[in-house]
Design a protein around this ligand. Structure first.
Ligand code: DSN
Length: 494
């Protein structure tokens, strides 16, 4: 056992032994362990790992015991294709209740007229939205033109014409190395095979989103869909401006707010920066800054789009996961509490403190700072690739992911950057002074990491050497921070 594990173990050992969640998890692991002990062991192992590492993955968080427990029950056994009150299966009384509850919480939380809580993930939510837009803007007018009510009423020739026209539609989205996401029309993802896509990016000097380029690309390319949103852009986006551009060219504005949904829910992003009143349709995951279960959601205020969103299952989704919808209802209810606003503000304050702490220790922060929950660090000043930095930090108990930076010359596998996010560490209670300590740990590791050549003497973008003493010192400091801010303290040892 490492120093870090010992310390964080001790910190949770004395707490919460008889809390309801401690009793619930101990009983659950007994039940699971009686059937397959290895699974119970791996569940304990995962908790141990998460308690012994500084988690800075920008897309992860720690859901509450109530959210986690809502997923582990017999709702999992029920099929419920369709929508509440309109299912393809009998016996959905309580699934209907729990889905309606999640929908009502989501609508109130985000101030949206409509919410669809069935998507299993972010990619699913985006697929539902893409198909809703295609159905609304391509399929529905085609059916009217051909005096058909349903696609099954079309002749084989007409159906073939409609089918081809789905594939002829255009989309623009943020370039991957500017912080965009694969599901926004890139070739390795189904969205890139479905749509003819062009990207917009960031300014070479400021590394900020270039709205003039968005407008110019939109005017020239005339997309059906303008996608806004990101997974690695550290600044807020002016969605009112994006909507102006979309309206000018007749595009549907879709915002993927998966990364920053918690900041929207918590009131950090308002007005022009709130996607809900500005976009035609908004998608999200529910597990990142929003701190719910792993899953997706679609929101909209457009009455003529939502009837197609409701057809997401079985259009692109398998049967809804009722247990996860139950957990979404719990998480949305939590996010409606005043404490969540404090949490969301602290997430952004912590990100700003982390960026400042790294910058003052010699790191280069992409865009020079952050407005949201994430910090993108160019690790080239440390003489490293993103891959080397990620691995070296992991050895010291700091979990981050390597990430391309704008105009990256190291490709998407090795990269020149690391992406850091503060939602998880904020959940365990860390504040801006802790972020300065985290910045010192990170820079201490990166300064002491040396690239080393391969065995054949070739330069390597992956191999590195980290001094053992530095690694152990930084691990001990990370462990101390975790001991002061333990994860799931009321669950105790399992
Ligand atoms: N995996 C999520 C992220 O890290 O941003 C979304 O792709």
């Amino acid at each position: 056992m490492t120093v870090q594990e010992t310390t964080s173990t001790q910190s949770v050992n004395n707490a919460g032994v008889d809390s309801p969640e401690a009793l619930a998890y101990r009983a659950a692991l007994d039940v699971i362990g009686a059937v397959e002990p290895a699974v119970a062991d791996h569940i304990r192992g995962e908790l141990g790992n998460q308690r012994s590492q500084l988690k800075l993955i920008a897309s992860e968080n720690y859901a509450s015991p109530a959210v986690l427990l809502a997923m582990g029950n017999w709702f999992s056994d029920k099929y419920a294709e369709g929508t509440p009150g309109h299912r393809f299966y009998a016996g959905c009384e309580y699934v209907d209740k729990v889905e309606r509850l999640a929908v009502d919480h989501a609508k109130a939380l985000f101030g949206a007229d409509y919410a669809y809580v069935q998507p299993h993930s972010g990619i699913d939510a985006n697929l539902v939205a893409f198909w809703a837009i295609l159905a609304h803007r391509v399929e529905a007018p085609f059916l009217v033109d051909h005096e058909a009510k349903h696609v099954n009423d079309l002749s084989a020739t007409d159906w073939e014409e409609l089918r081809q026209s789905f594939g002829n539609q255009r989309m623009i989205g943020m370039a991957l190395n500017a912080g965009g996401h694969l599901t926004h029309g890139f070739r390795p993802n189904i969205s890139g095979k479905l749509f003819d896509q062009r990207s917009y990016g960031v300014d070479h000097t400021t590394e900020m989103l270039d709205y003039d380029q968005v407008a110019a690309t939109a005017r020239e390319f005339k997309p059906l869909v303008l996608v806004a949103g990101y997974s690695a852009y550290p600044r807020k986006v002016d969605f009112a401006k994006m909507r102006e551009i979309a309206d000018e060219v007749g595009a549907t504005l879709m915002v993927d707010m998966a990364h920053f949904a918690g900041l929207v829910a918590g009131g950090v992003f308002t007005g022009d920066f709130d996607p809900i009143p500005n976009a035609h349709i908004v998608t999200s995951t529910t597990h990142k800054s929003l701190r719910g279960p792993r899953g997706g959601i679609v929101l909209s205020n457009e009455a003529d789009l939502v009837e197609f969103v409701d057809k997401g299952c079985p259009m692109v989704l398998g049967g809804p996961l009722s247990n996860v919808m139950a957990a979404k209802a719990v998480a949305f209810s939590e996010a409606r509490q005043p404490e969540f606003k404090t949490y969301a503000q602290q997430v952004t304050d912590n990100a700003a403190a982390l960026a400042e702490g790294i910058a003052k220790r010699g790191g280069r922060i992409v865009t020079g700072g952050t407005d949201n929950h994430l910090v993108l660090v160019d690790v080239q000043p440390f003489g490293l690739t993103g891959r080397q930095a990620e691995s070296s930090l992991e050895a010291a108990g700091v979990i981050v992911n390597r990430n391309s930076i704008p105009f990256d010359t190291n490709g998407a596998w090795y990269t020149s950057g690391i992406r850091l996010g503060t939602p998880a560490l904020t959940t365990v209670g860390m504040d801006t002074s802790d972020m300065d300590e985290v910045a010192d740990i990170i820079c201490g590791v990166l300064r002491s990491t040396e690239p080393v050549p391969t065995k054949a003497g070739e330069p390597s973008k992956a191999h590195f050497d980290l001094d053992d003493g530095v690694r152990n010192d930084q691990r001990a400091r990370a462990a101390e921070l975790l001991a002061q801010n333990p994860l799931y303290p009321t669950i105790g040892q399992l």
